[in-house]
Design a protein around this ligand. Sequence first.
Ligand code: NAG
Ligand code: NAG
Ligand code: NAG
Length: 429
Amino acid sequence: MMGDSSGASLTGCGGRKLGLLVLSQIFALLFFVFLAVPHLYIQFDGVGPFGAPAVVDVDALRMRGILLPLPNDLAKELLIRNALPPRNIDLFPSLRDDRIVIVLYVHYRPHYLKLVISGLSKVHGINETLLIISHDGFYEDMNSIVESIRFCQVKQIFAPWSPHLFPDEFPGESPQDCKNDDNAEKLGCTGNPDQYGNHRSVRIVSLKHHWWWMMNTIWDGLTEMKGFNGHIMFIEEDHYVLPNAYRNIQILVNLKEKKCPYCIAVNAAPLDVTSRGEGSRKLYAEKVGNVGYTFNRTVWERIHAQAKQFCLFDDYNWDITMWSRVYPTFGSALYTLRGPRSSAIHFGRCGLHEGYNQSGPSGCRDSNIEFGFVERADMVPNINHRWRVHKYSIKGYSSGFEGWGGWGDKRDRHLCLCFSSMYEKPLSL
Ligand SMILES: *[C@@H]1O[C@H](CO)[C@@H](O)[C@H](O)[C@H]1NC(C)=O
Ligand SMILES: *[C@@H]1O[C@H](CO)[C@@H](O)[C@H](O)[C@H]1NC(C)=O
Ligand SMILES: *[C@@H]1O[C@H](CO)[C@@H](O)[C@H](O)[C@H]1NC(C)=O
């Protein structure tokens, strides 16, 4: 018994020693987890029910010198929302391998969004893919329109550094900021004027910021997009997508490789947004337009490699920036391929800038938007693989073009560069 008990006590002692060892290991592990795992559970304490990890670890990035502005409470909540899984996975449990992901980026025109979503609900094939809606800021009525979608998997993301979320500090406007053509030195205000002497305007810079944040997040940030090597089609809040758009884009993507080696993208509509196309029996290669532009990760990587060009160019338009500074680095591969009849229509007459209103929907209204334009020809795929490609030569900006301004503030340039480094591809700043 003695032996047994001493044996037991020895074991017990050993056991205690073992217990201590295990305990200390657990402590070490906990400590490590505390340090290494993104402070999410600490930093986002109180944001509550979501509990999912945020897609961006602001603290860890700041430790690496990527100084994103500190998120306010709403921004923190949006970071967590962005990591939520898509809705409707129960209705559409699997996505097709050959899917074209659709990204709709919006600001705040709820009456437009309703129309666009009603159009999307009738698109053939949309139930095979993921629809991502990227919001420039957070608006409850926009959110609830999206939450009503039942026709496909849908994921919402919200730009957490949208100027619209920061009413009195950067990236919004702070009381110390210079305005218009203020002289910073004389007045002691904050800001750097653009090449034309004008200071930043929040409603103007927000679009380029949103576009760049969204591109980086979608290609490199979202778990849903990890390993996705297909194409993504991009549309805006005032693009009505016709029922044949998805199938047409799929056909064009296949034809692009075979018929258009100088193409980097395909489009759902002509560059000239007022045109419904030539109505001919040809395909067209032209400059990449803004309605339904569609490209793959290889092209994104080439765009991302030009982050400095994108972020340092003094033009507040993302598309003109792309055309003046990013695409020219691609050599002769600059074109997009499209059919002779548009399968998406730009209907908005109110600019996005007019759409911006802190207190509610803006006064800008398009009088009677009519949707008489969905004809029989728009119901079925109408692109023929035997058609020849007609190339419209691209009229670029001259090499001396320095941009339309609006993007002179160092803080905007820095934020833009930070967006380029939020995920796995660090960029030396
Ligand atoms: C998608 O919709 C089509 C047409 O309504 C239907 O035939 C098909 O089964 C649906 N597919 C999925 C994955 O829901
Ligand atoms: C992506 O598109 C480009 C341009 O059409 C093409 O050269 C490239 O091979 C494509 N990449 C993949 C992975 O399919
Ligand atoms: C902004 O929204 C408010 C509330 O809806 C409205 O009264 C005001 O006229 C709008 N301002 C502009 C410039 O559209």
